[in-house]
Ligand binder design. Structure first.
Ligand SMILES: [Zn+2]
Length: 80
């Protein structure tokens, strides 16, 4: 089985997964409306800047960190 994927396909799959996950946690509306923010710097999350999606509260909510280096580092500090 070949798993040749270009970047565009990977992003498309990722976007769909984000949508599915957020619909399960009832956060999809907030995401669309720009109400979900990075837990570190407070940037509004969108399809382009999601760095880390972390399930919290027994997986009923998702906590976000954006893809800035500082924020990924903050995530590591918080969870290691
Ligand atoms: Zn951030």
């Amino acid at each position: 089985m070949f798993t040749k994927k270009n970047k565009i396909e990977v992003n498309a799959i990722l976007d769909t997964q984000i949508e599915e996950v957020l619909k399960k946690t009832s956060q999809y509306e907030d995401f669309i409306e720009g109400k979900l923010t990075c837990s570190s710097c407070g940037s509004i999350m969108n399809n382009q800047n999601i760095g880390i999606m972390l399930p919290v509260e027994s997986g009923t909510k998702i906590k976000f960190y954006c893809d800035r280096m500082d924020c990924v580092e903050q995530y590591k500090l918080d969870h290691e």
